[in-house]
Design a protein around this ligand. Structure first.
Ligand SMILES: [Zn+2]
Length: 258
């Protein structure tokens, strides 16, 4: 059994064959998919998918790229949305100082507000951090939030250790299958399995051997196998422990489809 802890099934890239994508994931043993909102409209779509499909859970939040487009009304709507069934986390939220689609000041302001909101809603957080490691860690520390995941982890092992010490999980994307991705391979090798989650971040970051195509949750198995190869253990063990970790973080119970 596997879980894709982070996908974007609500995005338009899946509009033509979403049903098939979800079916294929089930066929390779992906028991649950967490589909992650990145703005208000897509968060609504993510929640609607979770209502429709038993094996899908949703998260809500404003991605740093969309920080400049938010106002108080956005947050009022997200608060309401958080009350819906099967909303299991707040995010993805954070800082992207690589692309800087919103200004860094605005990103910092909106990230701070959303860390507070997640705390108020008592939801774990999904952190997006690109080229902003120190600032992201500093803000998470100051916020008092101690439950969540650094998604699509891009730091080194020293940073991973700091995140784990704060109570966070490290999520390994398909990037780990790329030959040149030595830093994330090192992180996957050294971080104990008890602190790891797996994700596709579909439609992005497609693992080998599908690289070049659109990513989808069924490809998570390639990431599980690569982590197992690095750790020199069975991939089934990687699948089981990361599944347990994801269910634990997001409060998903296998027997109840809620
Ligand atoms: Zn994402």
């Amino acid at each position: 059994m596997l879980i894709d802890s982070h996908a974007h099934l609500e995005m338009k890239e899946f509009d033509s064959d979403r049903e098939d994508v979800i079916k294929r994931a089930g066929e390779v043993g992906v028991a649950f998919i967490v589909t992650v909102g990145t703005n208000l409209a897509l968060s609504r779509k993510a929640v609607a998918l979770a209502q429709k499909y038993e094996n899908i859970y949703a998260t809500i939040g404003i991605h740093p790229h969309d920080a400049a487009k938010t106002d108080n009304k956005t947050f009022e709507s997200l608060k309401e949305l958080a009350q819906k069934q099967k909303v299991v986390a707040y995010g993805e939220i954070g800082l992207d100082f690589f692309r800087n689609i919103s200004s860094q000041d605005k990103q910092i302001e909106i990230f701070g507000l959303q860390l507070e909101l997640a705390r108020e809603l008592n939801l774990p957080v999904i952190i997006h951090d690109r080229e902003a490691h120190q600032q992201a860690l500093k803000m998470v520390k100051a916020s008092g939030v101690r439950r969540g995941v650094f998604h699509c982890f891009s730091g080194d092992y020293v940073m991973a250790k700091q995140c784990i010490d704060l109570g966070f999980y490290i999520s390994i994307p398909g990037v780990v299958t790329y030959e040149k991705a030595k830093t994330i391979q090192d992180v996957a090798g050294h971080v104990p399995l008890s602190s790891l989650l797996l994700e596709t971040d579909a439609p992005y970051l497609t693992p080998v051997p599908h690289r070049g195509k659109r990513n989808e949750p069924s490809y998570i198995i390639n990431t599980a196998k690569k982590v197992a190869e690095i750790k020199k253990i069975l991939w089934e063990e990687v699948a089981q422990i990361t599944t347990d970790n994801t269910m634990n973080l997001f409060g998903i119970e296998a027997s109840r489809g809620n």
